[in-house]
Design a protein around this ligand. Structure first.
Ligand SMILES: Cc1cc2nc3c(=O)[nH]c(=O)nc-3n(C[C@H](O)[C@H](O)[C@H](O)COP(=O)(O)O)c2cc1C
Ligand code: SF4
Ligand code: SF4
Length: 276
């Protein structure tokens, strides 16, 4: 073990905080070199990240409809582990992580990582500020750091982890085919918000272009940020990070789904789940 990497896709920053806390704490405990590999933006996903037996990779993704984010999955599947130790980490917006953690673990194992621990953390929902609002908080991050130290202790005390023998970390979830969460609104109507995109209030927008630079799909027109040319994954980055609060989604099905989620899960305090 020489290098510790925090690898993450994190449009609104919750996953980044959790994974960085874990990886930094692990590096401090073991004396390994720490580095970050942010793969949120299209430019950051050019090329194929490759790791090796000297690396420990904390790999974080948000849960989207119960799974690893659909449109980024082919990129995740291309990352080469080559015997690196891996810790799959998912964050979810207070509803559930369903099959996402087992799916991420399986992607990593298929890619040649040896998964030795895993975690699922609640983090503020991309659609809302009240679903797991403000999380991960200080307590969550202390828990993440403490968990990383536990992993480090076990790995350094059991060198067999570092060579040959390996069993993938056991995590909750169903084996393939993994199940998508089906969002329903009133009268049990399934919603399909795939084509929904944020709108821009032109009376607030200053044309600064920040939203275009932050969009993980590269879908916002940099010359005219009121136009979303490409696919929108509803990640919330442009909405939550616009300094003028100029972006919002006004689609009635989206808003109803958000309202129902807030009603059911808004007052629930979920705990992080750790697997070692
Ligand atoms: C399209 C979409 C689907 C989501 N589906 C779920 C879900 O099934 N369960 C859940 O609890 N949170 C869900 N979330 C919330 C995110 O998992 C959560 O906010 C995550 O922590 C965001 O990570 P980030 O801050 O790193 O972007 C969804 C978010 C988006 C954008
Ligand atoms: S970040 Fe906000 S203010 Fe800046 S271009 Fe985008 S919508 Fe306009
Ligand atoms: S346009 Fe869609 S995909 Fe791009 S940042 Fe905004 S919510 Fe995310």
């Amino acid at each position: 073990m020489k290098n510790v990497v925090a690898l993450y896709f994190s449009p609104t920053g919750g996953t980044k905080k959790v994974v960085n806390s874990m990886a930094c704490s692990f590096a401090a405990f073991t004396g390994c070199e720490f580095s970050e590999k942010d793969v949120t933006l299209p430019k950051q996903r050019e090329g194929t990240p490759e790791f090796g037996v000297d690396d420990v990779v904390f790999f974080g993704v948000p849960v989207y409809i119960g799974r690893v984010p659909n449109l980024i999955r082919p990129f995740f599947a291309s990352i080469k582990g080559r015997g690196a130790l891996g810790i799959p980490v998912v964050t979810y917006g207070n509803r559930a992580y369903d099959d996402a953690l087992i799916e991420l673990r399986d992607i990593m194992e298929k890619n040649g990582f040896r998964t030795v621990a895993a975690a699922a953390f609640p983090a503020e929902h991309s659609f809302s500020t009240t679903l797991a609002g403000g999380r991960p908080d200080e307590k969550d991050l202390l828990l993440a750091e403490d968990f990383a130290r536990k992993i480090a202790k076990i790995l350094t005390a059991n060198p067999h982890y570092l060579c040959g023998h390996h069993t993938p970390i056991a995590v909750p979830g169903n084996p393939p085919p993994y199940t998508y969460y089906k969002a329903v609104i009133s009268d049990n109507k399934n919603i399909d918000i795939r084509k929904v995109k944020p709108l821009t209030d032109i009376s607030k927008c200053t044309g600064c272009g920040l939203c275009a630079r932050l969009c993980p799909m590269g879908s916002i027109n940099i010359s005219d940020p009121t136009i979303t040319d490409g696919i929108c994954i509803k990640c919330g980055a442009c909405i939550k990070r616009c300094p003028q609060g100029a972006k919002s989604i006004t689609d009635p099905d989206y808003l109803e789904h958000k309202r129902l989620l807030e009603e059911e899960f808004g007052n629930v305090i979920k705990k992080a789940e750790l697997f070692l």
